[in-house]
Ligand binder design. Sequence first.
Ligand SMILES: NC(=O)C1=CN([C@@H]2O[C@H](COP(=O)(O)OP(=O)(O)OC[C@H]3O[C@@H](n4cnc5c(N)ncnc54)[C@H](OP(=O)(O)O)[C@@H]3O)[C@@H](O)[C@H]2O)C=CC1
Ligand SMILES: O=C(O)C1=N[C@H](C(=O)O)C[C@H](O)C1
Length: 239
Amino acid sequence: MKIALLGYGKMGKTIEKLALERNHSICYKTSSEIDVEQLKQADVAIDFSIPTAAKENIITALKAQIPVISGTTGWLNHYEEVVKICEQENGTFLYASNFSLGVNLFFNLNAHLAKLMNGHKQYQVGLEEIHHTQKLDAPSGTAISLAKDIIDYSSLKDWKLVNENEESEAESIPVTAKRIENISGTHSITYSSSVDDIEIKHTAHSREGFALGAIIAAEWIKDKKGVFSMKDVLNLNNL
Ligand SMILES: NC(=O)C1=CN([C@@H]2O[C@H](COP(=O)(O)OP(=O)(O)OC[C@H]3O[C@@H](n4cnc5c(N)ncnc54)[C@H](OP(=O)(O)O)[C@@H]3O)[C@@H](O)[C@H]2O)C=CC1
Ligand SMILES: O=C(O)C1=N[C@H](C(=O)O)C[C@H](O)C1
């Protein structure tokens, strides 16, 4: 498979390394404006860029008829617009706030736990994410996905980014974002009562899980048409 890397930073470089090990080739890589003729050489484009560039990168790939997957976070207010363009172009698009198998299993665990805890009003839920200091967005895309799932499976209505120990309004999930050198990505959800805590946590040891998941998604999506998620790739829709 010939891959175009839209964004050649920490993730782009990790994907390149694992893709070559899986006998794929990198036919084009850029960390700035896309050369469409070069992009058109690819079987699939993988966008791990920056929040302000992701939307344009994805649209450029869709208009060039190149299937595109994106893991860039912090641009999701434009998600519906991109989906519409994908449909107009009869294109192929997959977005995931987190491509690792572990986090996608953790998404399921979080949803099940939210259902279980619904109605146990003595427990207050809180979410914490920790990432490296170069991260541009807060809270992380993964934290937002986790919060949205808790909202879908409980009577909670919203989430709010707060400082540590700061309270949020009733029916709103407090989300704390910490930035510490060299942390690849840690997410935890805690239900606290006056007598005990219940906590689930995912800790990424490196970027390799994200990169491998992105390559597996690219292999899966290459010959398909439509808008997909990691639930489709990993067959996690029916759990
Ligand atoms: N979904 C997932 O599983 C994961 C998502 N991420 C997300 O992926 C994104 C990238 O992460 P990471 O690789 O760590 O970040 P980096 O900052 O290391 O890499 C981003 C790269 O994008 C480049 N860039 C800037 N403008 C453009 C543009 N217009 N087109 C293409 N590339 C551009 C930057 O170049 P320059 O440095 O010159 O500005 C940089 O090389 C982030 O949003 C992060 O949150 C990260 C890990 C996993
Ligand atoms: O910026 C990162 O590094 C990561 N970003 C993603 C996010 O915002 O959730 C995924 C992962 O946690 C690493």
